[in-house]
Design a protein around this ligand. Structure first.
Ligand SMILES: [Mn+2]
Length: 547
């Protein structure tokens, strides 16, 4: 999902109308010059829709399992980072100039640590003396840190474990202290105290730092060269030079490896409950550092906008829809509950399909859909109105069917036979797949029910699989806690339906449909789940569970 994209998406368990209206609306918006518009789907393509897409050589829209805002939608990408071996002092300089208090530390582009000013302060100031005496560094790093001038160096790039000694004591004490250390690990920092300088050189320390910008005598320098002792002159006093020598260590000695690692695809809501100060280091799928995320980023809009087609209830919408901005709705179903903070374009008209509404908008805008898009929209109308036989079909659907079939250059009636044949086929499928292929769930008075619909040509095939479908409905009812799970089997050749249900006894006893077998009802002349079945079930639930 790119930044600032508008996603046009139909309901979960998408049917042909919701897929085709989304693709049609995407085509219209692009024709009108709108950028960043993308059709998507919230579920698998059913066999009928698959037939339609193949017939008109169209790819299915992108599948989105959810639209929850993710870290990648709000994270800060343009950040400074430090490589693990960089001297701490230069990293601190960079942090100062960028005015940041955290900096990710990387090795080969992957985050290995996080340097934080507050923990660094603890380490450097509150730390016990012995750890701060120890430095892992190189002579070159020390020179950079103390702004030193080289008098003589040997192996300046070699990294070594150093103990830092400040020669602020008597020669006797100094010999005593340094005598206990490996001279090749000693950095001695001293002013113009020649006895200490001489003593250090005679001990073969690795590095002698002379502070206060004071020069070394030629004799002492000659001795140092003889002994292979590097000598550097720092403009700083001994205390400052000692402190800065600590800062010459590679940054990975100071960063913590215990930091918050975040993936770009992590949902944002996981971070909303964090109350303490935090900073997440963000990586891509390959594990490379791509940015950081902090509490202030959460205030930023994810930039994702949704256009809902063929539904307006959040319970039917793609997961996460409630957490992003919904900018538009184009639908032909009953109104469900959802609220917006700003006015939006909300189109809800009692026509047979959403594809009708999209097709009308094409013509109203003076845009002629290309042949394939006209075919898709025609398919959406045919599918939802059962080739205009459903009582939901209106004059407007008929008119769009005429106009679209001319552009698509197909005969709608013979095409509709192919379309419904492709979509049916009850046998040889998992019963739950049949039930869920076009399934809608609702809630009334805290009770839930769901009804699927399949189109068939004649009921013969249905009776062969009736038992397994009934078992499937029972399983679904239990799993989802429905008071009623039903399947409407609609014979499009005669315009009749059978209604197979698994329901609580108080529901079945009030259904009022003529039974034609156990849990099976005959709904003569019923084609529309939306118009002829759902309102009835709503009424029953409202009365049954009113208290
Ligand atoms: Mn529809």
């Amino acid at each position: 999902m790119s930044e600032n994209s508008t996603i046009i998406i139909g309901h979960k368990n998408p049917d042909t109308d919701s897929i085709c209206s989304a693709l049609g609306y995407e085509a219209l918006k692009r024709a009108l010059g709108e950028d960043g518009v993308m059709a998507a789907r919230a579920g698998n393509i059913n066999p009928q829709t698959d037939f339609v897409l193949r017939y008109f050589s169209k790819d299915p829209p992108v599948y989105l399992s959810d639209v929850y805002p993710k870290v990648r939608d709000v994270m800060t990408r343009d950040i400074a980072s430090a490589t693990s071996k960089a001297p701490l002092c230069s990293v601190l300089n960079a942090m100062g100039s960028k005015n940041v208090r955290f900096m990710p530390v990387t090795e080969d582009g992957r985050p290995v640590g996080l340097l934080s000013l507050s923990t660094l302060a603890e380490q450097l100031i509150v730390g016990t003396p012995s750890p701060t005496r120890e430095v892992y560094t190189s002579i070159r790093n020390v020179i950079e840190a103390i702004q030193g001038k080289t008098a003589y160096t040997e192996s300046p790039d070699l990294e070594f474990n150093a103990s830092v000694f400040v020669g602020a004591m008597t020669v006797e004490s100094f010999r005593d202290v340094i005598g206990r250390s490996d001279p090749k690990g000693c950095i001695v920092i001293v002013g113009d105290r020649e006895e200490i300088q001489r003593s250090a050189i005679e001990k073969n320390v690795r590095l002698l730092v002379i502070t206060g910008g004071l020069d070394i005598t030629p004799e002492m320098l000659r001795l140092a060269k003889q002994r292979g002792v590097s000598v550097v002159i720092s403009p700083f006093d001994s205390a400052t030079a000692s402190w800065l020598t600590q800062l010459s260590s590679p940054v990975d000695h100071f960063c913590t490896s215990d930091f918050l690692r975040v993936s770009e695809t992590d949902p944002l809501r996981e971070f909303r409950s964090r109350t303490k100060e935090w900073m997440g280091v963000v990586t891509d799928a390959a594990g490379s550092l791509t940015g950081v995320i902090a509490p202030s980023d959460l205030l930023r809009s994810s930039g994702i906008r949704l256009i809902l087609v063929d539904h307006n209830e959040l319970s039917q919408a793609v997961d996460g829809a409630s957490e992003v901005e919904i900018t538009e709705v184009v639908d032909h179903h009953r109104l469900g509950n959802f609220h917006t903070s700003t006015p939006i374009r909300f189109v809800n008209e009692p026509v047979g399909s959403t594809s009708t509404l999209i097709a009308e908008r094409f013509f109203k805008k003076g845009v002629k859909p290309e042949r394939g898009i006209a075919g898709l929209l025609l398919s959406g109308i045919i599918s939802d109105t059962l080739m205009l036989k459903s009582p939901t079909a209106t004059e407007r659907d008929r008119e769009m069917t005429d106009m679209l079939s001319k552009i698509a250059e197909i005969d709608p009636v013979s095409f509709s036979h192919e379309l419904f044949r492709a979509g049916s086929g009850l046998s040889g499928k998992e019963p739950l797949d049949v039930i869920k292929s076009d399934f809608k769930a609702y809630e009334v008075k805290g009770k839930r029910f769901g009804i699927g619909q399949v189109e068939v040509v004649g009921f013969g095939e249905f009776y062969g699989v009736r038992k397994s479908l009934e078992e499937g409905l029972c399983r679904l009812k239990e799993a989802e806690g429905y008071s009623l799970a039903g399947l409407l089997i609609t014979d499009i050749s005669y315009g009749n339906s059978l209604f197979l249900v698994a329901a609580d006894s108080e529901v079945t006893s009030t259904l009022g449909y003529p039974a034609t077998g156990k849990n099976l009802y005959e709904l003569t002349g019923v084609l529309s789940r939306k118009k002829q079945v759902i309102p009835h079930i709503f009424n029953i639930f409202s009365k049954l569970y009113s208290s």
